[in-house]
Design a protein around this ligand. Structure first.
Ligand SMILES: [Zn+2]
Length: 77
């Protein structure tokens, strides 16, 4: 399954928040098992995208701000 906050794949139990396979969120969005706030997740996601996709912060911000409102965790906020 994928994180319902940032969409990264979570193939292993330790990829889930707090290492709990039933957690809908990943270890980055919910390090202790509870989902972090929207801005914290947004900042972490932007940094991760810049690293993974080798893009600028402006490009990463644009992608995240487009993707985030579509995620189950953030759809209604
Ligand atoms: Zn996540």
């Amino acid at each position: 399954m994928n994180c319902e906050s940032c969409a990264i794949p979570m193939p292993k139990p330790e990829d889930h928040g707090a290492g709990d396979i039933t957690n809908k969120y990943c270890k980055f969005c919910a390090p202790d098992g509870n989902l972090r706030n929207r801005e914290e997740v947004r900042q972490g996601w932007i940094k991760a995208l810049m690293r993974w996709e080798k893009i600028s912060i402006q490009e990463a911000e644009k992608k995240v701000d487009e993707a985030m409102p579509k995620m189950p965790a953030w759809r209604d906020s």
